[in-house]
Design a protein around this ligand. Structure first.
Ligand SMILES: Nc1nc2c(c(=O)[nH]1)N[C@H]1C(S)=C(S)[C@@H](COP(=O)(O)O)O[C@H]1N2
Ligand SMILES: [Mo]
Length: 429
């Protein structure tokens, strides 16, 4: 067993580490949590609306923190400051991930909800002919409104599978969800601003504040090559699953840059800077969202290693039903499986499952995606030869012929791209 990583703040770049906040993370202090809980015995059992903000802030109690932001109590809180929570695979069993089961990744402190969401505005400037200031209401009115169901996935998803452990939040497979996003195409807005021929990169800015309390420090500011920004599915969104985008997910307005690390999908969007060169905000440099250009020795330091920006996320498949550890009645001879698979810019072409550690594989029934970047839901009914203990392995294949590996490869200091096959156990009888 891996010991939980103490420095939960260092997830995606030393540039984002809190400075002198004097806060503890609860993951390394399980004993202390018990003590705190004991001083307020009823707090854990209170319904969400009764857990005061002050309580949640002063007591790193995962249940209270989840309730505070309207999240399902089954999510795993993997960081308390900033708040980070993922869905165990069995909570990703819906075709469209409900908001309460959708992972959360904060790098700083979210802004207050604005009084008038329609008045929230963004600036588009830099290498453009007509810099724009647009309110949410302007966006709705001026540009075609579109809805796509698309996966949003943290760049560090799968990090906990690295050995030796990589620095940062220890995600399993649940730093991902697939929601219906409503908004406008980023492309339409950029074209309205008139991109100069030199425009090469975007830089994204948001309204959250840095954990250090320094008002001049950006929490995170990533960007993408202009070609990605101009793709049909890159969006500025105000809607999630038919509702107004919740504050915890970057409402009123955020970017969705599908298929690439979630960090490119700036929340509480305030500004898009068009640049002639690669953006260099927090999260763009060093080993943040970067992987080695050539394979490095697992556990070694970054000195002398050339890193490149992580763009497409890797292939991933999950079994979302049954849950890991499920016990089925004796005599069960059909194992009914449900799951999902996705793969960044690469479409999933097949998913296979094995009950015998990969000796034999069974193809699953794959649903068509609704649109590009949607995940593919799948089902399978596998014959069980007998009662007993079974491990289920699931493996996705991409349209480029690549597959998920048995074990995580490509070790890198911050643990990006960890996508080994999903493995879970069931007991029959
Ligand atoms: N302004 C801002 N945008 C942000 C972040 C942040 O901390 N601040 N976190 C990023 C990261 S690392 C991820 S994985 C996604 C998470 O989005 P979610 O919390 O809506 O799931 O938002 C991204 N956008
Ligand atoms: Mo992330």
């Amino acid at each position: 067993m891996k010991t939980p990583h103490r420095d939960v703040r260092a997830d995606e770049g030393s540039s984002q580490q809190a400075q002198g906040t004097g806060r503890r993370d609860f993951l390394g202090l399980a004993g202390a949590v018990t003590v705190l809980g004991a001083t307020l015995p009823l707090a854990r059992n209170m319904p969400g609306g009764f857990v005061s903000t002050a309580y949640a802030q002063d007591n790193p109690d995962p249940a209270a923190m989840l309730a505070q932001v309207g999240k399902n109590s089954g999510l795993s809180v993997i960081g308390d400051r900033p708040f980070v929570a993922e869905a165990p695979e069995h909570l990703l069993n819906d075709d469209t991930t409900p908001i309460d089961k959708f992972f959360v990744r904060q790098n700083g402190i979210p802004p207050e909800a604005p009084g008038d969401a329609q008045a929230w505005s963004i600036i588009v400037e830099g290498s453009v002919d007509n810099p724009l200031t647009l309110t949410l209401a302007d966006l709705k009115q001026r540009f075609e409104n579109v809805t796509f169901r698309m996966v949003l996935e943290c760049g560090g998803n799968g990090r906990s599978f690295f050995n030796p452990p990589a620095r940062g939040n220890q995600w399993t497979n649940g730093g991902a969800g697939c929601a219906e996003w409503t908004g406008v195409r980023l492309r339409d807005v950029l074209l309205a601003a008139g991109l100069k021929p030199s425009a090469a990169y975007t830089g994204h800015f948001g309204a959250d504040s840095h954990l250090s309390g320094d008002a001049d420090r950006e929490v995170i500011s990533r960007g993408v090559r202009i070609e990605k920004a101009l793709e049909e599915h890159s969006m500025i969104v105000w809607g999630m699953n038919g509702q107004d985008l919740p504050l915890v997910h970057g409402g009123p307005l955020r970017l969705i840059i599908p298929g690439w690390p979630g960090s490119a999908s700036q929340k509480w969007l305030t500004r898009i800077l068009i640049r002639d060169d690669e953006h260099d905000g927090p999260g763009m440099t060093g080993t943040s969202y970067r992987v080695p250009a050539t394979p490095m020795i697992p556990g070694s330091g970054p000195e002398g290693v050339e890193f490149r920006i992580l763009e497409s996320m890797p292939l991933r498949s999950i079994v979302s039903s049954p849950a890991n550890g499920t016990r089925l009645p004796a005599g069960t001879r059909k194992l009914e499986l449900r799951g999902a698979a996705w793969g960044g810019d690469v479409a999933v072409s097949a998913v296979h499952v094995s009950l015998d550690a990969g000796a034999t594989w069974h193809a699953v029934d794959l649903q068509e995606p609704r649109n590009r970047y949607d995940w593919r839901r799948w089902t399978a009914a596998i014959d069980l030869p007998s009662d007993g203990y079974y491990e289920i392995w699931a493996r996705a294949t991409g349209e480029d012929g690549t597959m998920q590996p048995h074990v995580v490869g490509n070790w890198n200091p911050q643990g990006y791209g960890g996508n080994p096959m999903h493995r879970l156990a069931v007991l029959v009888g």
